[in-house]
Design a protein around this ligand. Structure first.
Ligand SMILES: [Zn+2]
Length: 289
């Protein structure tokens, strides 16, 4: 059985008086409990204080970082605005080139009415920034598509220009033009589908446009014949050659030597019979000289 009361004796040094303090057990228990709770409270407060001190340092650092980042964000917004202005200029140049290339307006223009001063709320500022980036990316895609369209058209025009027969196939003089004439063989009127250019045998015959050799052989009437396919429906014929210098399938450029002047086939003298056809319809070569 535990005691109900405790007595504490206090004997001061050099004195004979003994002091007695009597406690009830419940008081002692209460004191111990209170002490434990008090110490725990003090410990918690101390720990919290340390943590707040640590956080304060972190907070200061975060504030500085936040300010820096806000500055960065503003600079970025300003840069984007500059980029947007540059793109506007590009877009205007693009429009001019499109007019020159006889092209219509691109489907949509992504840069109309975007931009403005940076927002105050960082969240809004960020979403505005994101919006600007999206707009610029869209505008770049549009410009890219437009440039591809323009360069496609220009390439087409360049190859059409290269495909259109131009100039004389040989150095010589015209002896017979395109149209109805009396056949030198039968004496009857006959359609002459080309141009006859007289020249010394062996003189170079050259391609009048870029293309691919589609015939290089002896053909009835034509003698040694070279036909070049230029694309876009254009073909040129070079007849009566003495020699052929190209092979079927060979790619030739305007001015390349393809044959030598001769008098093979139905011919009365050394000359080139030159034909220009579009979609197999003979055209007057005079218009392509
Ligand atoms: Zn002829």
């Amino acid at each position: 059985m535990s005691p109900k009361k405790f007595t504490v004796l206090v004997i001061p040094e050099g004195s004979h008086h003994v002091r007695r303090f009597a406690f009830k057990r419940c008081w002692l228990v209460a004191t111990v409990v209170f002490g434990v709770v008090f110490l725990a409270g003090v410990g918690l407060l101390g720990w919290d204080y340390c943590r707040i001190n640590l956080d304060r340092g972190e907070l200061g650092r975060l504030r500085v970082e936040n300010r820096t980042q806000q500055g960065d964000l503003r600079r970025l917004t300003a840069n984007l605005e500059g980029l947007r202005q540059d793109l506007m200029v590009l877009s205007q140049n693009d429009a001019k080139v499109r007019v020159m290339a006889k092209l219509g307006k691109p489907k949509i223009d992504g840069l109309a009415g975007v931009g403005g001063p940076p927002e105050e709320d960082p969240a809004n500022e960020f979403s505005a920034l994101q919006h600007q980036v999206d707009e610029i990316m869209q505008a770049i895609d549009l410009r890219r598509a437009s440039q591809e369209e323009i360069s496609g058209i220009l390439n087409d025009e360049r190859s059409l220009l290269g495909a259109k027969p131009k100039g004389w196939p040989t150095r010589g003089w015209k002896t017979s033009g395109f149209g109805m004439r009396k056949s030198p063989f039968t004496g009857r009127p006959k359609m002459h589908e080309g141009l006859d250019i007289a020249a010394r045998t062996g003189t170079s015959v050259s391609a009048t446009a870029d293309g691919i050799v589609s015939q290089a052989e002896t053909a009835p009437g034509y003698g040694k014949l070279v036909v070049i396919d230029h694309g876009y429906g254009f073909k040129t014929f070079y007849g009566h050659n003495s020699k052929i210098h190209v092979k079927v399938g060979q790619r030739v450029k305007r001015g390349d030597r393809i044959a030598s002047v001769g008098s093979t086939g139905s011919s009365t003298g050394s000359h080139v019979h030159y034909e220009v056809r579009r979609n197999n319809v003979p055209l007057n070569p005079k218009k392509y000289l």
